[in-house]
Design a binder for this molecule. Structure first.
Ligand SMILES: NC(=O)c1ccc[n+]([C@@H]2O[C@H](COP(=O)([O-])OP(=O)(O)OC[C@H]3O[C@@H](n4cnc5c(N)ncnc54)[C@H](O)[C@@H]3O)[C@@H](O)[C@H]2O)c1
Length: 312
């Protein structure tokens, strides 16, 4: 396949690009490098990098002229606190940017899109583990733009026959993750650990998340390119891990007992999060398989070797 990946120089995008090359696809990455990095991408004959903004409809149009079999749309404003402070900017990038991508796809007959949605669409719905049929109740403009984005993908399937899949990622972690976006706590801890700085826990440390390894997410994204119709699928482990358990696992990996500093809980943080993954197993034939221990070890090794200076 010939695949366009927006946001392909980012944390998740660079793993998707790498996995796509491994599967023998040709890849064009379209990214403005606002948080992504050119050096996250391999030098490969089958990979083309285009510097561009999803808000630049003309530039997108120019890229799509060459024709693609599918588009993986990952470019986004990814920070929940930023979306609360700047809801217009969040809406512009996450919705106008998405529409620019969908319209370029429509014009150039790219009838297959995989979209990175998020566990943030569920917001304060507490029917754990959350399945895709649960009511979305976003708690932030970011969660709302992801939920609304899904609506546009549904509409483009209905109106124009697109084969569209929205993947609701749980908290993704792994090498190359910045500290700013979602799921950043593992990268924050890994970076603090290699710099021998103290770990800070906001709240009592009992809060849980469903941490999914980025390599597994990349495979799910590529598997989703084979689906027909319109789909919404959680990409998760269906397991919850508390911050204190995460610190215990890091203690084992770093071979030293880590004692965190506790700070007051942050307003608006949900306490528990787990996404069901039965639909993922049924439609994609497998679920994320990397164990937390293995994924954390890979993440820690990467930060120790390369990530010390990563500032964003
Ligand atoms: N990391 C997670 O845990 C997680 C969870 C759920 C959903 N997501 C979604 O997955 C996608 C990838 O997230 P990530 O964690 O890799 O973040 P990231 O910041 O590393 O990647 C986003 C990429 O998009 C690019 N980008 C941002 N704005 C752009 C614009 N206007 N035009 C072109 N490129 C632009 C950035 O330079 C970056 O390379 C995002 O859509 C995010 O909302 C991530």
């Amino acid at each position: 396949m010939k695949i366009l990946i927006t946001g392909g120089a980012g944390f998740i995008g660079s793993h998707v690009a790498e996995a796509a090359l491994t599967r023998g696809h040709r890849v064009t990455v379209y990214d403005d490098l606002s948080s992504g990095r050119r050096e996250f991408l391999p030098q490969a004959e089958a990979l083309t990098f285009v510097l561009g903004d999803v808000l630049d409809a003309r530039a997108l149009d120019k890229v799509c002229v060459e024709g693609f079999d599918a588009c993986i749309h990952l470019a986004a404003q990814t920070m929940v606190p930023y979306s609360l402070a700047h809801p217009q900017k969040d809406c512009q990038i996450n919705l106008v940017g998405l529409l620019n991508v969908l319209e370029a796809c429509r014009k150039h007959h790219i009838g297959r899109v995989v979209f990175s949605s998020s566990a943030a669409v569920y917001g304060d719905n507490t029917a754990l583990p959350l399945s895709e049929t649960e009511e979305p109740r976003p708690l932030s403009p970011y969660g709302l733009t992801k939920f609304t984005g899904e609506g546009y993908l549904r509409l483009y399937s209905k109106l124009y026959g697109f084969k569209n899949t929205c993947l609701r990622f749980a908290n993704v972690y792994g090498p190359r993750q910045g500290a700013g976006g979602e799921g950043g706590v593992i990268s924050v801890f890994a970076k603090a650990l290699v710099k021998e700085q103290p770990l800070t826990v906001f709240g009592d440390g009992g809060q849980t998340r469903d941490y999914v390894y980025v390599g597994d997410v990349a495979e799910a994204v590529l598997d989703a390119l084979c689906l027909d119709g319109f789909n919404i699928i959680n990409v998760s482990t269906a397991r919850e891990t508390s911050l204190l358990k995460l610190i215990d696992a890091f203690s084992e990996i770093a071979e030293k007992k880590l004692k965190p500093n506790f700070a007051p809980a942050r307003a608006g943080d949900i306490y528990r999060s787990i996404l069901a993954n039965d639909r993922c197993r049924r439609l994609l034939g497998r679920t994320p398989a990397t164990s937390l221990r293995e994924g954390l070890a890979k993440t820690y090794r990467w930060f120790a070797a390369e990530g010390k200076e990563l500032s964003k």
